[in-house]
Structure formats: structure tokens, C-alpha cells
Design a protein around this ligand. Structure first.
Ligand code: ISE
Length: 340
């Protein structure tokens, strides 16, 4: 038996998920797609030799009685509206990160989900399904390195799109660390401050106005200090690092396996450039887990709407700090029992 899914938004990640859901993940059948750009969904279906209904409007896709699960890969700005509409029609939702652009919009999704009376949403924070991060969590939880004290992370992209603006470094890029670090540490954020180091002269995004790199400093409720460098004009590749220093030792996120070549008096290993490749296995595992749970009649077990809300509150504070140049506090409302 396979659940029938409809995908809203067939852009870069949407078409990658279309391929994944059609060819790699079991227990799901893609029966409908939708994109606001004329012909884009058709082109993706053709590329992967697939057939599905192609809707012009996401409301029609949601209304289709055959669609049981709505996958949201539309633009970030549209996530909340599509999720609320899908939940109002009692459809399961898998929403790419961020769940919404603001904490207020996440609350709308939470309200709509609570009205259905059961947990129906998973957010695409796929790093929780990455083998390296899972190992890191196991080590932290086992107390092997003692209590964590500090984290140093790097989120470098091998270039980005022209429209990418300064706040996107937070709600589109850093949002992954915001989610995965609070999960790794089982801790809440208290404060944040964003620093702008020397500007890279190679920035062209947002007509050269994008501030890049940025350094984000966060403090958690337990007092752990976190420093993450976000740099989306990295010239050498896509590079993700995470060092967790504890009282007894240090645990380091593994870099992905790549053969080393010794030649011409040099020793080299490759570095990926595409984030979809870096996390390809994590995306597969995340979707398989989501559909396995639904097919067993269970609630999705991955990051939920409340995690989406935590990330949005934290991102809002980081964006505020970009503007005020000050340390901003992060205050969550009380967690509804529904998410325990
Ligand atoms: C992109 O949307 C992702 O999710 C990538 O993991 C991240 O590295 C990139 O900065 C985002 O634009």
C-alpha cells in the first residue's frame, strides 16, 4: 500500500524530492504536482519519465480527493499558507524548512494542526537524519565527552543565487544549525548576536548588498556558547563543520568520505559543491521515516511544527540582531502538551 502525495513547488528542491519520492522512497506514490511557473512541473515530470496530475493552483491540488499527503517545496514565503490550507483539508503535511518566515506564521500552522486533533506535520530539517549528526548525538547523550560547553560550526555554501539577501543567511541557511544544535544539545536558546566580519569582495547577490560572511553567536539556557560562521560565497566548496567541546573531550562531525589521491607531490581529497549531494542520504532517510510512520498509522516522528516554531523564534531574534547590532533575547511561548 502506498500513500498518495501531491507536491507543491517544483523548483530546485521540489524536483529533487519528486525524483526521490518516485524512485527511491517506498510507501508513497506521487499523484499530483503544482508550480506557479507555467511548464516547470511538466518539464520535471518529463525529465524523470513520470506521470501525475499537474495543477496550476495549490488549492486545487489540496482539494483533490486522491491526495493524502501534501509535500510543500514552494517558496519560503508560501509555506505557512499552503500548510494551513492542507491541514484545514485534513491532509498530512511534509514542509521543507523553514516552516514559516515568522514565529507568528508558525503559530498559525500549529493552530491548524491542533484543530485536526492529531500530529500531521513534519518539517524538513533533514540534518537530524544525517549519519554523522546521529553519531554526534549518540556521543553527547552517552556523556562520553562530558557536559558540552562550546560548539563551533561552519556553514559554507559554494555560491548562492542573485536574489539571496542578508536575512536569508539566517532563515534559509543558519536555520539548519538552529534546529540541529537544539536537538543535539536538548537545550533552548537564550540569546543571540550576529557579527559582520570583513566583507568578501566577491559578493554579487542582492546587487552586492548581501552581508557575507556572518558570524552568529548564541547562548543556550544551560550556558553553552555556540559560534557558527555562515559564508555563502565560499570559493572552495560546500563545507559543513560542527565541533562540540565537552568537559572530557571533543566530538567532531565527520566530513563525508572521499578517496585521497597522492600525486605530483600532493595529497588531495575532493570537497562537494552541491548541498543536495552532501545531504542526499539524509533526505532519503528522512522521507522514508516519514512515510513509514504514516503507513503504520503513526504520527510523523521527525521535527514537528513546534520545532519549526522554535527555529522561527530564534531566526527572528538573529535577524533582529543583524539590524540592531545588539544581543537579542530569545523567548518561547509555553510548549503545548500536544507536542510532548
Ligand atoms: C538551502 O536551502 C539548504 O537547505 C542548504 O542546506 C543550505 O546550505 C543552503 O544555504 C540553503 O540555501
Amino acid at each position: 500500500m502506498a500513500l498518495k502525495a501531491g507536491i507543491v513547488g517544483i523548483g530546485m528542491i521540489g524536483s529533487d524530492h519528486l525524483r526521490r519520492l518516485a524512485n527511491t522512497i517506498s510507501g508513497v506514490e506521487v499523484v499530483a504536482v503544482c508550480d506557479i511557473v507555467e511548464g516547470r512541473a511538466q518539464a520535471a515530470l518529463k525529465k524523470f519519465s513520470l506521470e501525475a496530475k499537474d495543477y496550476k493552483n495549490y488549492h486545487d491540488l489540496i482539494k483533490d480527493p486522491a491526495v493524502e499527503v501534501v509535500i510543500i517545496t514552494a517558496s519560503n514565503e508560501a509555506h505557512a499558507d499552503v500548510a494551513v490550507a492542507a491541514l484545514a483539508a485534513n491532509k498530512y503535511v511534509f514542509c521543507e524548512k523553514p516552516l514559516a518566515m515568522t514565529a507568528k506564521d508558525c503559530q498559525r500552522v500549529i493552530e491548524a494542526e491542533r484543530k485536526t486533533g492529531k500530529r500531521m506535520v513534519q518539517v524538513g530539517f533533514m540534518r537530524r537524519y544525517d549519519a554523522g549528526y546521529m553519531q554526534l548525538k549518540k556521543i553527547i547523550d552517552s556523556n562520553e565527552i562530558g557536559q558540552p560547553l562550546m560548539i563551533h560550526g561552519r556553514h559554507y555554501n559554494a555560491g548562492t543565487v542573485e536574489e539571496y539577501k542578508t536575512p536569508q543567511a539566517i532563515y534559509e541557511t543558519l536555520i539548519h544549525e538552529i534546529d540541529v544544535l537544539h536537538w543535539l544539545l536538548d537545550d533552548d536558546y537564550k540569546t543571540t548576536k550576529v557579527y559582520f566580519p570583513r566583507q568578501s569582495s566577491l559578493v554579487t547577490s542582492d546587487k552586492g548588498k548581501l552581508k557575507d560572511p556572518q558570524v552568529v553567536v548564541m547562548e543556550t539556557a544551560k550556558g553553552i556558547n555556540i559560534v557558527v560562521e555562515v559564508f555563502v560565497n565560499c570559493q572552495y566548496g560546500y563545507d559543513i563543520h560542527c565541533d562540540v567541546t565537552g568537559e572530557l573531550g571533543m566530538a567532531e562531525l565527520p566530513t563525508i568520505a572521499s578517496v585521497a589521491v597522492r600525486k605530483n607531490a600532493s595529497y588531495s581529497t575532493g570537497i562537494l559543491t552541491d548541498w543536495k549531494q552532501r545531504f542526499i542520504a539524509a533526505y532519503d532517510t528522512e522521507f522514508q521515516d516519514f512515510f513509514d510512520h504514516l503507513n503504520e498509522g503513526l504520527a510523523p516522528a521527525g521535527p514537528n511544527s513546534w520545532d519549526g516554531y522554535i527555529a522561527a523564534v530564534t531566526a527572528d531574534a538573529c535577524v533582529k540582531s543583524q539590524q540592531t547590532n545588539a544581543t537579542e533575547s530569545i523567548t518561547l511561548s509555553e510548549k503545548p502538551a500536544f507536542y510532548n
